[in-house]
Ligand binder design. Sequence first.
Ligand code: ANZ
Ligand code: ZN
Length: 853
Amino acid sequence: MNQESYDPHAIEEKWRDFWRERGYFRVDTAHPKRKFYYLNMFPYPSGYLHVGHGRNYIIGDAIVRFLLMRGHDVLNPMGWDAFGLPAENAAIERGIHPRDWTLANIAYAKNQFRAWGIEYDWEREVTTCLPDYYRWTQWLFLKLHENGLAYKKRAAVNYCPNCKTVLANEQVVGGACERCGTPPEQRELDQWFFRITAYADRLLADLADLAWPDHVKKMQENWIGRSEGATIAFRCEGGEEIRVFTTRPDTLWGATFLVLAPEHPLVDALTVPERRAEVEGYRRAAGCASEIERLSAEREKTGVFTGSRALNPVTGEPIPIWVADYVMPTYGTGAIMAVPAHDERDFAFARAFGLPIRVVVAPPDGPALDARAMGTAYTGPGTMVRSGPLSGTPAATAIARTIAYLEEQGIGERTVVYKLRDWLISRQRYWGAPIPIVYCDRCGVVPVPEEALPVLLPEVPFIGKMGLADIPGYADTVCPRCGGEARRDTDTMDTFVDSSWYFLRFVSPHAEEVPFVTEDVNRWLPVDLYVGGVEHAILHLLYARFITKAFHDLGYVGFTEPFRRLFTQGMVCHTAYKCPQHGWLYPKEVDDLRCTKCGREVATSYFAMSKSKKNVVEPADIIQRYGADTERLYTLFMGPPDRDIEWSEEGIRGAWRFLNRFWNLVVGQLPHLAGIAGEPDPSRFGPAERALWQKLHATVKKVTEEFGERLGLNTAIAAIMELANEAAAYVEGPDPDQRLVRAVLSRMILLLSPFTPFLAEELWHRLGEEKAILDTPWPEYDPRAVAGDEVEVPVQINGKVRTRLRLAAHAASDPDALREAALAAPDVQERLRGHEVQRVIAVPGKLVSIVVR
Ligand code: ANZ
Ligand code: ZN
């Protein structure tokens, strides 16, 4: 008989609209019975999505379908992180307006989601570049400003002369602009900051309660960078006071000079006239080095002497005050006490400038250190020596004792400092939310009143790199307070501000009077599962946590953390080819590992898919050849979702072959299953039926569990594949039990449906089921059936059968489990008392033999 073969194109199209029309992915946020807020990090709409992007959303769609079948009310929204440099730069390249570029990409991406069978609650779509969203981003700014959490400060910033904007520290990578590779300049500008440092301690402490990957927590911890130590005051000979922060107050007796950051406010006052020219020259030069260079231990130390001295508060000794750029202006107090004997950078500096080195820590049971002979600082633990009244204090208590002593003497106090800096949010670019502030000569800095929001981006033909300051007339306005002439702030906000609160807007996306409805967000948040790339492990997550805490303290939300559980999915890598002459090549430009343009041999390597490396695979191409289900199945099967994986055409074909086999199995059985209804009767099972029944229940259990903690979707699929093989073998056997076949096939279709929803929905209906899969509960498993049959295994002691174990078949078939069960049995323990066990032999399913003396 000629059986209909698997044709994804014939079946996929009809189900796409079916799911949308039936509204399965919509949720009533007012009355959830079992709420689950699932959230994928929303994308930048910067071009089309490739199969690597697809992985994020396919993982999410599988999870959401599973949750829906489990009876959850799932909030599953999607939106667009639509402001920012990528869109602006892409628009410049193409000579179009970033809004047109962005909206076109959004429309395209929505079609891609549809092609993948991924549905969202599109009525909740949020687009950060539209006025009904950014008006609330501006509101957020006003609220922080009103509460002292947004402030303006003149600050040295990294400025990219090519992108014409300020870069955050983390956007400077390897001394160059992350986007265009131009080395940034240091500039002084008036900038807006959000006071995230006020939350440093809570951002750190609350990590403990989050179900997040440990490595992400660690990254946040390092970024916040808490250090405990002391602030110590040094009196200068001229009367000024220099405060230093140190993590090693116990080395104070070894402090032989002080170093100020070039930007330190006391540098001027402390520089003697003869040294002024040199010091000024040094300060100017220091402005050019990046922070990473300045902090590097290897870099040659540079610095200048101010000509002034301060007194070491414990030795009374005058010590010189230097200026050097290895001290950072914004960390601690911007000044340090240098202890060259015990700090690497101070050691290098002292050696370079002939400054004294004094040992004040004695290593445990090593020879005493000789300052003149040291080739490097001793930074290990040890007993305090040459430290006046504290000499002899062991390493374990040295720091605490010194701090107590300093506090007693009134020269210092315990201090905690953080690496975290306030968040610089001003950007001098067009494509962002305008900062809602007005400057008036009479009234000063005046916030735009809430009722006047949004401050709209000016409608102008987009003419390339520009900020709002370049747009004639934008800045001219009237003061909201006095009605006089005033100027608008011409900066826009960092796009991380847009994404710091979007998860709240999804709950009440159409609220017109408020950014979100407190009562509703309190019902739905924290997000139950947040899935996204590890590249957002630091900034986005930290900013979202900060804003949530700030909103909490201002009474807008009732929770303090936005994302209860975080899952970071891995990237999809693919072969990339590089010609020594022509750079990155598309696969079609490579023949037999040679460049088709010049014949040179190309280098191959694996990289995360990216347009720049020309190693992107287009979903449209895969879907056209194999259908969306094959792409989905392969994407989920090729490795654990949190690992990076390597895309392979062979893998795609493997997924395709499986779906064909599965199709053929089910469609091949349809004629036999017509009119078969009801559950199979296990009491009439033979051994083959029992084995298949057990496998079915074990598979339901496995797949269900893999959707939990581990999200081992790849192993879940592997389990379904095994079951399919056993089912295929069973139906070929003599006189198959048709009720059992139907039960296995229909449950297997349900199990597959989160992964390959098109094929599942099609086969489900062909089986004669009336309800759609998403109206059908997820299959249950029977723990007794999972355990399978019990078997009896005799236990011998020294050749005599002493007892019989009743065990589940699977336990009896595992020698280790069998041995353990035998030794743990009460009768056996009784008989072993006072004897020494020499040997235990476990024959799976048959016998345990124990030899004792
Ligand atoms: C004296 C000392 C002796 C230090 C010693 C270390 C070892 P973390 O752990 O990163 O917090 N420091 C303080 N402020 C600085 C700044 N603005 N720029 C550069 N370095 C600065 O490091 C704290 C230590 O880094 C401080 O403790 C200080 O050097 C230095 F045996 O003080 B220490
Ligand atoms: Zn005014």
